[in-house]
Design a binder for this molecule. Sequence first.
Ligand code: ATP
Ligand code: MG
Ligand code: MG
Length: 551
Amino acid sequence: DTTAAPNFIRNQIREEIEAGKVTKIVTRFPPEPNGFLHIGHAKSICLNFGLAEQFGGDCHLRFDDTNPAKEEQAYIDAIKEDVKWLGFEWAGDVRFASDYFDQLYVWAQHLIREGKAYVDDLSPDEIREYRGTLTEPGKPSPYRERSAEENLDLLERMRVGEFAEGGKVLRAKIDMAAPNINLRDPILYRVRHAHHHQTGDAWKIYPSYDFTHGQSDALEGVTHSVCTLEFEDHRPLYEWFLDNLPVPARPRQIEFARLNLNYTLTSKRKLKLLVDKNIVDGWDDPRLPTISGMRRRGYTPASIRKFCDMIGVTRADGGLVDIAMLTHAIRSDLEDNAQRAMCVLKPLKVVLTNVAEDHEDVYEVPGHPAREDMAVRQVPFNRELWIDADDFMEEPPKKFFRLAPGKEVRLRNSYVIRCDEVIKDDAGEIQELRCSVDFDTLGKNPEGRKVKGVIHWVSAKHGVPMEVRLYDNLFMVEQPDRDKDADFLEHLNPDSLTVCQAIGEPSLAEALPESRFQFERVGYFCADRHDCLNGKLVFNRTVGLKDSWAK
Ligand code: ATP
Ligand code: MG
Ligand code: MG
């Protein structure tokens, strides 16, 4: 059921350790700070930090910050917070690929001196054209045979900003006929006149991902450089740099299949579009699969880590993972750990005609049916109550076991009541129900008849008003971005958010931001991190009660 699935990288490392091939492992999680992290990144985080935890190694947090135009300090801060919130600790300080810009530049000069790199004046379009295709070899650039002196001079002038963006690049000189297109003289540096969040205006050139990643791994002593399968074709290039540069260590790249979840986008670029277009309420909107959105929705770190264990790590593309597996992980956590409470989402007034105006009982109710460590709740009972409008039907079908005219129902933790009268306004709208209590039913069954239904309720005198936000999938189709040529925004669910003005039992008045509850018979809810301010109560529905995860 919820046990961990196979993880081939973990098995491989265990074997290496047992065989004495490696003593201490070093992994890294290398996000680009161009957006917030999402559930796909959580898989990579749990894998990299999890391996280090399990084998007594280190995991580094390294920002892959070679593209300053798209990067921001705010993303760096959010990513650090997400990793910590998930419960992981990076070894040493946070690192940046930009910490290695000086060293990378020296290595670029090294390749030039060895005749293994050159400055190319072809335009980006020409470079693409010269590169060839899968079936046709590329052809050499006319600038490929420049002398080392000229290349060194041009690279230095690129660095200080003498050339326009797109005017010149530095390329490795490998093989324009290589079957793997990544080896057809890949780009090492581009001219970019951009301010960088770490290095300021020091550089007018920025290294490519390929020229940066493996060397950064080597400089940090990373042993296992774990990445997603789209980098498999880059591995020969990763190794070419390690073979041709005087690097201090020899990391190994290992690829695994990325996570794809149904009804969910796992692409920062697409999530950013939803944020920029104000389709959602920022990067941590509870409908987004961002780690901070899931946090705001009420996911626990343990549930996300559990989910990542359940999906496992393979090299085979696992297709679409069912989001029901993710909701299963949080539901079973909350089932065990969330305090219970009663909350009425659609309040309908009930007046108990045989209860006196000043009558007041206070029931002591367990915070959780199986958790004696949780505080007991004080639940007041009075003449006027709120029940949920959906728990009453004027003309009920046969199997309706809740309240109806002339019918009985049990109030949870309290008496059995009977509905005697339905009060309506002039327009025929139901205003309130007049009911009577059978005082002989507290903690015992009524005499001579069966009452099947139990409904939740809140004392009208003591109930606390609150806003409750019900979330549904943001997209109506399983794979909103499946058709690359269509606009995924067409699949937005217009009902992904429903806001209710609800009334909760008084114990909820003290709810701290981010505290989690089961609203009995309704679902699991979390007090909003941001909006529970100045006595205002806002709850986000994390998940419903029903589990649809088919094991
Ligand atoms: P996106 O396309 O959303 O921008 P990315 O891969 O470009 O994702 P990075 O910041 O470079 O974003 O990702 C950091 C790490 O997280 C990388 O090692 C990447 O392979 C991994 N990662 C990203 N998305 C997923 C995913 N869906 N499943 C597993 N790992 C992922
Ligand atoms: Mg990336
Ligand atoms: Mg990306």
